[in-house]
Design a protein around this ligand. Structure first.
Ligand code: CA
Length: 652
């Protein structure tokens, strides 16, 4: 048949402002930096032009491009457009062929699988669409070479700064309201959009780097075209597009590059479990089983243990894995092979497109666990040095360890997920810092015991440790705004095995007194908005205690950056006595002694008790105070304080 290039496809578009009329144009950026415009079919229909099958205008092509050189040769391309399912598809490119075409019940979707040979050349693949009696058209599809830079994931050498992007800094007030997107800016509403964005994070990367952080985890940045309550980002309505209120895909990629220039990895928050109810898939599901429970709301349980419980009933397993997160967040059926491929490719696309330094996967135990096994396996196969942390909100290490790669599970479940959040240690840390003294034992016992359960994990060093996050009361609130307990918590995070994560604003004692409202926990960072009376980036208007805390954090996490013994050293701890908990980090080159005293009087430590670790050391220099201790003449931990001693060789 006669070929013509599809009239509306990939016309060069240099005018960025065209993208402002949101959802009248879908901007696709190729990885060489050029912008192209793709007209959207709904605008054609709105003009009253009837679309015939072969002349159908593609609403979207996902993924927007791909790369050569992946281990996994098969690529699913999802074409969306009116009456597209009847078309035949061919591909014309060396090393690339159409392996199969999957047609589904909803005719506006067509899944085309390409086989990309290992020696396929990067370039433009002409994908030809045809139907009997109609004019053919060609969709050019770009295959790029894979990026050369290493994609080493975050590790114990890193400290992570967690950012809720709507609430950190508004670098571009011009994108606060976007035509076509509901949920207009409302800074007075704790659950409204406040205008923070990628430009705001980018503008303050130096601040983050100077605090000593080497990674940022940013809550989801993808489109949330929801009528309200969209600021948190977890109700995604387009898995391939950054929400224009945060910026653009290109801007996100620029952020990752700018962060990398400052030694900061970007960890993307991804959500495979659900989408927002305004996602096109809800009104127009590709198949009847695309959304769990027949695309009608059934509230999911939080019975996470059904994933490993040998006695779990099938209905309970289903309600945990398939029930909806909420009415506005329908649950994706990851048992559908087409959807599973879509989600896996989506994660890989973002890693490769942006050059990510890690992924944080939301609500891990409420996904289909067999899907997550394949998802994590596929990513780690393509990026062996990458890192992914899963959110398993359980305080039981038997539950959290189930998901870590390398775990030999009772039911044969094999995961490739490298890291999980250490919720068990988080819960025990808060208990240790806040509990009243028990009749027996010490306040530290639960923490001591749960760390002692590390044998459950194949790799306890690759746990992400934290005191709070965007879903939890801020640590300064939890410790009743006690600066001594706050410092203890921060020293713990900076010296414990694992990878520390700190929520933005912790460094200036941000607090949520008297409420656990998420909207308040995720308050605006002072100085992030023009006209703010206080500015934590410059220090203007901060109280003395806020300045002190900020300086303390800067000192502590910059120290951690070069403390190789914290990154890679061994760990040993001693049974808590009275009000104290003592542990060591050590290797052939260095030794640290950390001693915490939660009591209201000073404690003299018996150095003999720690001789296994103190042998050969005569002095300890406190990183926090600069004071140098002569071990032989006694180690006194002042009331409600912590020592962080760098041990120095010598014979006492
Ligand atoms: Ca903004």
């Amino acid at each position: 048949g006669q070929r013509k290039h599809h009239a509306l496809v990939l016309a060069p578009c240099d005018d960025f402002s065209v993208m402002r009329s949101y959802r009248t144009g879908l901007a696709a950026a190729d990885a060489t930096g050029g912008y192209y415009m793709r007209a959207v079919w709904i605008s054609i229909l709105a003009l009253g032009i009837a679309a015939t099958a072969a002349a159908a205008d593609l609403a979207s092509v996902e993924p927007r491009n791909w790369w050569t050189g992946f281990e996994h040769r098969e690529l699913q391309i999802l074409f969306t457009g009116p009456e597209i399912c009847g078309l035949s598809v061919r591909a014309d490119h060396p090393g690339v062929r159409v392996a199969r075409t999957e047609r589904v019940a909803n005719c506006r979707y067509l899944f085309v699988y390409l086989d990309i040979a290992s020696d396929a050349e990067p370039g433009t693949v002409n994908i030809e669409f045809s139907a009997p009696g109609q004019e053919d058209f060609v969709e050019p599809y770009v295959l790029l070479p894979r990026r050369e830079e290493s994609r080493t994931g975050f590790s114990t050498e890193d400290a992570i700064y967690l950012i809720t992007p709507d609430r950190f800094a508004n670098g571009d007030p011009g994108n606060d309201a976007i035509e076509g997107l509901p949920d207009k800016p409302d800074r007075d509403n704790p659950f409204g959009r406040h205008g923070g964005d990628i430009a705001g994070i980018e503008a303050h990367l130096d601040y983050i780097a100077e605090l000593g952080f080497t990674a940022v985890w940013v809550n989801p940045l993808l489109e949330n075209a929801m009528p309200k309550y969209s600021y948190h980002g977890y109700a995604i309505t387009d898995l391939y597009t950054v929400d224009p209120r945060f910026g653009s895909n290109e801007h996100f990629r620029a952020l990752v590059a700018a962060a990398r220039d400052r030694g900061i990895k970007v960890i993307m928050d991804q959500v495979d479990n659900h989408v927002g109810s305004s996602h096109d898939w809800i009104a127009e599901p590709p198949t009847a089983d695309w959304i769990n429970f027949g695309n009608s709301f059934v509230y999911g349980s939080r019975a996470r243990t059904t994933n490993m419980d040998p006695y779990a009933a099938r209905t309970d397993i289903r309600l945990n894995a398939d029930g909806w997160f909420s009415r506005s967040m329908p649950d994706l059926n990851q048992n559908n092979a087409l959807l599973a491929d879509y989600l896996i490719q989506n994660s890989i696309w973002w890693i490769e497109f942006a050059g990510l330094g890690g992924i944080r996967q939301d609500t891990y135990p409420h996904n289909d666990k067999h899907f997550m096994a394949e998802w994590s396996r596929r990513i780690m196969t393509e990026y062996p040095d990458f890192n992914i942390v899963g959110e398993e909100w359980s305080s039981n290490p038997v539950v959290t360890s189930y998901w870590q790669a390398g775990k030999v599970n009772h039911d044969g479940y094999v995961s490739s997920l490298p890291s999980v959040f250490d919720f068990p240690v988080q819960a025990a840390l808060l208990e240790a810092l806040t509990a009243t003294k028990p009749d027996q034992g010490t306040v530290w016992d639960p923490l001591y015991e749960v760390i002692g359960m590390d044998f459950l994990y194949p790799d306890p060093n690759n746990l992400v440790i934290f005191a709070d996050n965007h879903d939890k009361s801020r640590i300064y609130t939890v410790v009743d705004e006690d600066p001594d307990l706050f410092r203890m918590a921060m020293v713990f995070l900076a010296t414990m095995r694992g990878i520390p994560q700190v929520y933005y604003g912790t460094e200036i004692l941000m607090s949520n007194p008297g409420t656990e409202s998420h909207g308040i926990i995720r308050s605006d960072f002072p100085g992030g908005w023009d006209g703010d009376s206080r500015n934590a980036f410059t220090g203007k208007g901060l109280t003395q205690s806020e300045r002190d805390a900020q300086q303390f954090m800067r000192m502590l996490f910059n120290w951690r950056k070069s403390a190789a013994v914290v990154h890679h050293g061994k760990f040993m701890h001693y049974t808590p006595l009275e009000d104290t908990y003592v542990y060591f980090r050590y290797d052939a080159e260095a030794s640290l002694m950390i001693a915490m005293n939660r009591g209201t009087s000073a404690v003299d430590l018996d150095a003999k008790r720690f001789s296994e670790r103190l042998q050969g050391f005569a002095y300890g220099s406190d990183v926090l105070s600069g004071k140098r201790y002569d071990i032989a003449s006694g180690l006194t931990v002042p009331a409600r304080s912590v020592l962080l001693l760098e041990l120095e060789p010598g014979t006492p």
